[in-house]
Ligand binder design. Structure first.
Ligand code: OSB
Ligand code: MG
Length: 365
């Protein structure tokens, strides 16, 4: 495929309510969209980097600059998604920037081929159960109201964001009120090795997993923690590549893996992690980064792979946005439908996209 240019578009989409994690609060999502185009091809990518470098080192302005100055100049004349790994390899880090370009190229390629992301990745299901990630709230009653509403809507699993000072009490309150639901927690690296005894107090609550309790680079700490907890440890931030995933599993740092394309440089690397985990009997599930409908479409394809045996953070559009930039994704009987059209199977609605756009620049190749 030959590309004529790439549009880098910055949009700002308001969230239905502030999303608070141990690393910060997001009120609206500042998103970088990547649109590649050529004679007969067009494809969309979504960069999951947030405004601030709090989840990981990447942030949206930096990702945009890396794409413009270092990734686009490395695109070969004949572009394929498969070839991008080698083309981008000399640029260290910046997986979210790389993933956004790959997502757009793969969309264009698959649209030309008439094949869906799901079919390309090897999805085996047409609908997947959806979990929901519930932010840190100001009070327990507020949390119980939010969780109750999500359960009523049909979400199959609840994930509570936790941090020191907001962990045992919210988990106990949710268990007491809602009983034997599928429940897990995500600390986004808010604890330290010295918190091992405290985290063990979560064990009696029968959680599905605890996600990323310790810092990204602390695999040894996670291995020690995993040995002393009955709650399974799942890693998110630490899993930066297929090799990191293999190392973490070999070290016993986790027994479950969160799959996120942006964190690992793209959907192709995410699928490698899926395959590797499946081969070792390690359950995986599809994580989320508050994506718009574009990233959601691709995540649903990933979530439909056979090794994704736990519900993902692939919630309906209205969990995040009053108006999504694509036609909204809906939850039906606790399930999300995996797009089946060519490429992502969805595209931005022009009027909505225009309304949310702050600026758009075209880079000619
Ligand atoms: O750690 O999984 C995370 C959102 C932004 C950054 C990191 C995370 C999250 C979520 C929300 O938990 C997942 C979603 O529903 O998109
Ligand atoms: Mg996480």
């Amino acid at each position: 495929m030959k590309l004529a240019g790439v549009e880098l578009r910055r949009i700002r989409v308001p969230l239905v309510s502030p999303f608070r994690t141990s690393f910060g609060t997001e009120i609206d999502r500042e998103v970088l969209l990547v649109r590649v185009f050529g004679d007969d091809a067009e494809g969309w990518g979504e960069c999951v980097a947030a405004a601030d470098p709090l989840y990981s080192a990447e942030y949206v302005n930096g990702a945009e600059q890396v794409i413009r100055d270092f990734l686009l100049p490395r695109l070969p004349a004949e572009v394929t998604a498969r070839g991008l790994g080698a083309a981008f390899e000399p640029v260290r880090g910046h997986p979210m920037a790389k993933a956004a370009v790959e997502m757009a190229v793969l969309d264009a390629e698959l649209r030309l081929a008439g094949m869906s992301y799901a079919a390309y990745l090897g999805a085996t299901r047409t609908r997947v159960p959806a979990g929901v990630s519930v932010g840190i709230m100001d009070s327990i009653p507020e949390l119980l109201d939010a969780v109750g509403a999500y359960l009523e809507q049909g979400y199959a699993r609840i994930k509570l964001k936790i941090e020191p000072g907001w962990d045992l009490e919210p988990v106990r309150a949710v268990r007491e009120r809602f009983g034997d639901i599928l429940l897990q927690v995500d600390a986004n690296a808010a604890y330290r090795r010295a918190d091992l005894r405290h985290l063990a107090e979560l064990d009696p609550f029968g959680l599905l997993l605890i996600e990323q309790p310790l810092p990204e680079d602390d695999l040894l700490g996670h291995a020690r923690l995993a040995r002393s907890l009955t709650t399974p440890v799942c890693l998110d931030e630490s899993i930066t590549s297929a090799r990191a995933a293999a190392d973490a599993v070999t070290l016993g740092a986790c027994s479950i893996v969160n799959l996120k394309a942006g964190r690992v440089g793209g959907y192709l690397e995410a699928r490698r992690i899926h395959d590797l985990c499946a081969a070792h009997g390690v359950p995986v599930w599809c994580g989320g980064m508050l994506e718009t409908g574009l990233g959601r479409a691709a995540n649903l394809a990933l979530a439909a792979l056979p090794g994704c045996t736990l519900p993902g953070d692939v919630s309906a559009s209205d969990r995040y946005y009053t108006r999504d930039i694509t036609e909204p994704f809906r939850l039906e009987d606790g399930l999300m439908t995996v797009p089946s059209g060519p490429g992502l199977g969805v595209a931005p609605v022009p009027d909505v996209l225009r309304a949310f756009t702050e600026r758009a620049d075209v880079v000619r190749l």
